[in-house]
Design a protein around this ligand. Structure first.
Ligand code: COA
Ligand code: NAP
Length: 279
């Protein structure tokens, strides 16, 4: 991480950042950046061990401000569990200044083989979960004049084979984000989406791509590289910082330009991957 060479390491001292799905991958990369800039953090997910391991790492990163890290188990599909997580966060860390909605589920599945419950499951985690998180955190964000960040995906605006469910969920997130920016702007709350491109070392990339295609994929991306969780963390702290005080309602790609070149990148390789059910 190089973030403290650019931003003061106490930028988020005394601020509380709640990250759904914060125990792994891209969202953990986001958590690391807020921790390095002194925030206290609540990270939520369904798996206690994963959250505990992440929390130990994050506590080393925010030790310089005495910030705390709270691992809190909650399924974002369960509004009551989320509300309890937000209350506990407020009691232990103070009201939420930044909510990052990053929890998501994904798998490759041809449209005709996707069961109604398979579609609903991804909508429930990604879209309904992001709504319930935003709604549940609203009073705290209003009190802090805080900000919302959603982790979207290029599938929201570039159709991709076997990703109909994710496309619907993430497109829903992006338009919901814009509605929240309009409605909650009067409270000083900002809302933005970050759209990662392919991010190396992540569960998402593992599920959607064949490593045998990595080199050709990278050559197809305008900046000729996959991103890293650090790239998303850097964008997130910028968007939550006072430098971005007039940025709201925006969908911001952090993708090396990959979404400019469409989905041809993926169509051939998904055919080479095992599918659980193929009609
Ligand atoms: N292909 C087709 N359908 C699938 C599938 C696959 N690979 N995996 C799950 N489904 C379907 C199931 O069959 C089920 O539908 P059904 O009742 O009609 O059979 C439905 O999706 C729910 O599956 P279930 O395993 O009960 O869901 P879950 O809530 O336990 O897990 C997932 C949610 C499926 C999204 C799981 O992959 C997950 O937990 N993912 C989190 C991590 C992740 O995806 N990371 C990448 C983020 S981009
Ligand atoms: P990941 O590590 O699997 O991250 C997803 C996180 O969400 C996990 O920590 C998971 O933990 C949690 N989660 C899943 N279902 C949940 C639920 N119902 N309730 C609460 N938490 C839940 O995958 P990732 O690839 O880093 O993806 C992170 C985000 O980036 C996602 O929003 C994804 O859509 C987006 N994205 C990824 C890429 C990429 O290249 N990887 C590209 C574009 C966008 P538990 O399973 O323990 O609950």
């Amino acid at each position: 991480m190089v973030i403290d060479q650019f931003f003061p390491p106490t930028l988020f001292q005394g601020k509380t950042v709640f990250i759904t799905g914060g125990g792994s991958g891209i969202n953990l990369g986001v958590a690391r950046h807020f921790a390095a800039l002194g925030a206290q953090l609540a990270i939520c997910g369904r798996t206690q061990d994963k959250l505990d391991t992440a929390a130990r790492e994050l506590r080393e990163l925010n030790a310089h401000t005495g910030g705390r890290v709270l691992p809190v188990v909650a399924d974002v599909r369960d509004a009551a569990a989320l509300d309890a997580a937000f209350e506990r966060t407020k009691a232990e860390l103070g009201p939420i200044d930044v909510l990052v909605c990053g929890a998501a589920g994904n798998f490759l599945c041809p449209a005709e083989a996707l069961s109604p419950n398979g579609f609903r499951t991804v909508i429930d985690i990604d879209l309904q979960g992001a709504f319930q998180s935003s709604r549940g955190a609203f009073e705290q964000l209003k009190a802090t004049r805080g900000c919302l960040l959603f982790i979207s995906a290029g599938q929201a605006f570039v159709p991709q084979a076997y990703q109909l469910h994710v496309a619907a969920a993430k497109a829903g997130i992006d338009i919901m984000m814009k509605n929240l920016a309009v409605e909650w702007g009067r409270h000083g709350i900002r809302a933005n989406s970050i759209v990662p491109g392919p991010i190396e070392g992540t569960e998402g990339l593992k599920r959607l791509s064949n490593p045998a295609f990595d080199e050709v994929n990278k050559k197809s991306i305008p900046l000729r590289a996959y991103g890293t969780p650090d790239d998303i963390g850097q964008a997130a702290v910028f968007l939550a910082s006072p430098l971005a005080r007039m940025i709201t309602g925006q969908v911001i790609g952090v993708d090396g330009g990959s979404n400019l070149v469409g989905s041809a990148l993926w169509n051939e390789q998904v055919e080479s991957l095992p599918l659980r059910a193929k009609a």
